[in-house]
Write a protein that binds this ligand. Sequence first.
Ligand code: NAP
Length: 538
Amino acid sequence: MADHASPSQELDALIVGAGFAGMYQLLCLRDRLGLRVKTLEAGSGVGGTWYWNRYPGARCDTESHAYWYTFDPSLMRDWEWTERYPGQPEIMRYLNFVADRFDLKRDIQFDTRVTAAHYDEAANRWHVTTEHGETYTVKYLITAVGCLSTANVPNIPGLDGFKGDWYHTGQWPHGGVDFTGKRVGMIGTGSTGIQAAPVIAETAEHLTVFQRTANYSVPARNKPLTPEFKQYVKDNAEEIRQATHETLNGHQFKIDTKLATETSPEERRKIYEAAWERGGLQFRAVFQDMMASVEANSTAAEFIKGKIREIVKDPKTAAILSDIDHPYAAKRPPIDSDYFETFNRDNVTLVDVKAAPIQEITPTGIRTAEGSYDLDIIVFATGFDAMTGPMLRMDIRGRDDVALKDVWEGGPLNYLGLQVAGFPNLFTITGPGSPSVLCNMPVAIEQHAEWIADAIAHMRANGLERIEAKPEAMEKWVAEVNAVAGKTLLPMAKHSWYLGANIPGKPQVFMPYAGGMVRYREICEDVKARGYEGFVLA
Ligand code: NAP
């Protein structure tokens, strides 16, 4: 047990994290339930993932009119997005606008990283410790720590001796990085690298992209929103909200009922061309069977590979970029602004580090099995210890001092993604076992924060002190999460962070719930209607 030295504060609830999730949870618990509640946030401002990920080109892949809070119609009327896909600075302005409007910051303590949370069974309280040694004693603990907030800097020999500068995209300096006249190496071609490369290439003397696994990408077709579209959003905000509650992934667009396998090649081509021109994540929504049938998926995959070969002029570079080893969208599909076009620039080189792996970082650059590359700056667009990482970097201990890291040794176990047996009154927002990263995040977050607030309200109304997932409910749910993933093509991407495969030694388990947000919401509502079936309330 940590030494819970004073000064210690007692509260009804403590929230960890002040991104989309922590901010809304604070509002629910403080303003609707009247709890004594505080949020602790490691950053110096609100924003969570968006606070840290300020790398060049950082932009949301969900269209702006579906990427916001929808709990208050007047909030939707009073905010106006300017672009089809909001950039990181605009999202930060939005989140600060919301925080100020609801006076949230007075109950958020910034620059405060939570290091430990230990459950005291006799008192039925959580003792929470911060890196500065402050302690909090609370009945309810809610983690709103995000899914992609633990940066993964791969353990490549020699990084310590590198004489230039290096940065991870998820811990980007707030003052920005000047690439002018610099030779930049970027490792990683996931959604982040694909967004960053075109912007870095604009100012760097030279950009070398180190690609291990080739990736699909579809144009975002970002653009400023017209006054007419902004008015449309204001006039139809409630309908748009409703649409995001009725679609599989919480987006505003529906998945078409047409089957790729029953559509002629000419017709399919027309459909894919139109989707390519329209741009965005809805490319994957043009056929019902795209994520369920290898045959259907390969039609989309081949179309995109053909586009890459058309766009990229150097045939060797085009071949490396289009040599993709997994079904389309089995990894989180990126969307881009001129990513493949970037490789036609004279100052950009692609290096295939699957064929010739990176061997070391030298004082002057990167050495692969085939050659050395002199660099002034290395950018790690190498992703995150996703979903479980943000939880496990805190020392969380439940009943009998059992550590969460031991319970999750073989992969995350929980019930509905909301609670772990043995960890009473601890709730997790959009962690593993819930749709989270497979869904438009604000939609998943609002559902979780409201469900948690309802559960706490129910307990208070009924004089209950403790809510805890039953072990058998947890086991059944984990089996369900695995079963629904198995019905999709998602587990076929072997290097995916959905599976934990990007972190050496991490157990490989498909972590998010792939049964869709609509189904998940129904299950959670049903559990609630049955008196919180699967939970012990005491
Ligand atoms: P990621 O998808 O995990 O991609 C990491 C990249 O780094 C991969 O290309 C990976 O290659 C490579 N890599 C990792 N370690 C390496 C090593 N040792 N040597 C060579 N290459 C290495 O991470 P991300 O691009 O940061 O994206 C993570 C998630 O964040 C996304 O999937 C998305 O959900 C979210 N995101 C969203 C947005 C948005 O909405 N706009 C933007 C960015 C990110 P392998 O594939 O071979 O492992």
